[in-house]
Design a protein around this ligand. Structure first.
Ligand code: GDP
Ligand code: MG
Length: 565
């Protein structure tokens, strides 16, 4: 079991080295699941002294006011024989045999983190003590709870200390050593107040009563120690810390006292240390499965991440080329899956065809082209010097052409909208290609190459879509006109002046016929433009997004290998 505690000690040191202080994060931390014993209580209640008497050495900065300003994680390691010594995590492989120097290093290291102000910090100091006279234990000394900030401290410090202490002791694996001085009313004890808040049932709180020697003459702590004043789940432990005198004398304090003689076997720091060690063992035993599963889960998480990072990179050019090809293929596959609906995003293209394009076509206004004035102008211009006899053929052509060219706008917008989506999907697929994660320059190159291909496809697609519109302009559907009702009424009266040759009814009918024709063309284009866009952009993107990239890559390698030969 002692090995188990020293294993926990090692894990705790590893946590601090890795920056895991058990502070609030979204991830479960290993620190959180390791059992620890934290000392809480008001300022000068005797917290540091309790720790010292457990160790049997003077080594902690002590005194009045706020002395402990960073958590101190104190790990006690029992060694078989030899001189006792201390080690700090921040000064590894340096053994301190002089405990006065240990005390100095604690306060210096505190200042290093907080500056020589009276501020506090939640980054712990790790101190290990190796001694034949200790039991294996991990204890955390915390700054004392105060009621008011003193000179040089910020206003928020009272709350800050409280939060830090609470953060430590609210962890379900923390055993709370609640220190209350016997010469103060238990009702005002900060330790009791705070521990009850985080551990209402008291199953991980151990009450420690200090300064029993300082009680008023004629009063004693028997009622408290026997649980009659304030009952805790575990029996209270009385302590007399007097650092000036030696440990043996402290023990004598209880065994020679008339009042405490009957309780002497479970009082004093030696008993406290043994009892804590036993308690810690029990907690560790009960937590082993939890710790183990957390470690296993973390290992498997890390392994998955490692496997995502991919195989080690080979050093030869061929191996590298193969790796790049593999990664690009993985990207290409993901990209295709987006277009094929296996992954999301491709459906927005369909939205362009199904709603954006039709409504853009519907919104086309032919008012200008089909105003009576314009019809008249175009027909007269087309007639030239001789007014038409049966139907204004040339005039029709010009009016229809001038209306159809406006379709170029929506056609181009469709090409652009699809291009934007295809480029978004490139970004998406890149971020989803885990193989690309560790190669940032390859990631940029692939994105650049894919976008360049898409740009090329967009140009082709624009040409094709505009050609569809052009084709409609240059050859009209003859049947449409053949099926028109025969014109009975000839165009106007040739004796009139050229400008009022055609009356309003006549011009209006021409306008309506043109509109009918244009609508017929639109109903065809609303289907053929998407076909053209898919043909030129979507299908091409699926087929050959990285072809140019591969070609360039191949060329580079070939020329390089040739030049090396
Ligand atoms: P902390 O602020 O809670 O860490 O308290 P310290 O351990 O620094 O103790 C504050 C002062 O009370 C120090 O001067 C100690 O020597 C003194 N002290 C602590 N415990 C006892 C005790 O049991 N009896 C006596 N007489 N003095 C004590
Ligand atoms: Mg202290």
């Amino acid at each position: 079991m002692e090995n188990l505690i020293s294993l926990v000690n090692k894990l705790q040191r590893a946590c601090t080295a890795l920056g895991d202080h058990g502070e609030a994060t979204s991830l479960p931390t290993l620190w959180d699941s390791l059992p620890s014993i934290a000392v809480v209580g008001g300022q000068s209640s005797g917290k540091s002294s309790v720790l010292e008497s457990v160790v049997g050495k003077d080594f902690l900065p002590r005194g009045s006011g706020i002395v402990t300003r960073r958590p101190l994680v104190l790990q006690l390691h029992k060694i078989d024989k030899g001189k006792e010594y201390a080690e700090f995590l921040h000064r590894q492989s340096e053994k301190f045999y002089d405990f006065v120097a240990v005390r100095k290093e604690i306060s210096d290291e505190t200042d290093r983190e907080t500056g020589q102000t009276k501020q506090i910090s939640s980054v712990p100091i790790h101190l290990s003590i190796y001694s034949p006279n200790v039991v294996n234990l991990t204890l955390v000394d915390l700054p004392g709870l105060t009621k008011v900030a003193v000179d040089g401290q910020s206003e928020g410090i009272v709350q800050e200390i409280e939060n830090m202490v609470r953060a430590y002791i609210q962890k379900p694996n923390c055993i709370i050593l609640a220190i209350s001085p016997a010469n103060q009313d238990l009702a005002t004890s900060d330790a009791i107040k705070m521990s009850r808040e985080v551990d209402p049932t008291g199953e991980r709180t151990i009450g420690v009563l200090t300064k029993i020697d300082l009680m008023d003459k004629g009063t004693n702590a028997v009622d408290i120690l026997e649980g009659r004043t304030y009952q805790l789940k575990f029996p209270w432990i009385g302590i007399v810390n007097r650092s000036q005198e030696d440990i043996n004398k402290r023990r004598e304090y209880f065994s020679t006292s008339r009042e405490y003689k009957h309780l002497a076997s479970r009082l004093g720091s030696e008993y406290l240390a043994k009892m804590l060690s036993k308690h810690l063992e029990d907690v560790i035993k009960s937590r082993i499965p939890g710790i183990q599963s957390l470690i296993n889960k973390t290992i498997s998480d890390l392994e998955t991440e490692l496997s995502h990072l991919g195989k080690p990179i080979s050093t030869d050019a061929g191996g590298k080329l193969l790796l790049i090809m593999d990664i690009c293929r993985a990207f290409d596959q993901i990209y295709k899956e987006h277009l094929d609906g296996i992954r999301s995003g491709g459906d927005t293209i369909y939205h362009v065809f199904e709603s954006q394009l039709p409504s853009a076509l519907k919104n086309l206004q032919f008012d200008k082209q089909l105003s009576l004035e314009n019809i008249k102008k175009l027909i007269t211009q087309a007639d030239g010097y001789q007014p038409h006899l049966i139907a204004p053929e040339q005039g029709y052509r010009h009016i229809i052409e001038s209306s159809l060219v406006t379709i170029k706008g929506p056609a181009e917008s469709t090409v652009n909208a699809v291009d934007i989506i295809l480029k978004q999907l490139v970004r998406k697929a890149i971020s989803e290609t885990v193989e690309l994660k560790q190669y940032s320059s390859l990631r940029k190159e692939v994105e650049w190459a894919a976008n360049k291909s898409l740009e090329r496809m967009k140009t082709e697609s624009r040409k094709a879509a505009l050609m569809l519109v052009d084709m409609e302009c240059c050859y009209l559907t003859v049947d449409f006109f053949r099926n028109l009702p025969q014109e009975v009424e000839k165009g106007g009266n040739p004796t009139q002046s050229i400008f009022d040759r055609y009356n309003e009814t006549y011009l209006r009918r021409i306008g309506m016929t043109v509109l009918q024709y244009v609508n017929m063309v639109l109903s065809g284009l609303v289907n053929s433009i998407p076909k053209s866009v898919v043909h030129c952009q979507v299908r091409e993107a699926k087929r050959s997004l990285l072809d140019h990239f591969f070609a360039e890559l191949g060329q580079k390698t070939v020329s390089r290998s040739l030049s090396m030969a």
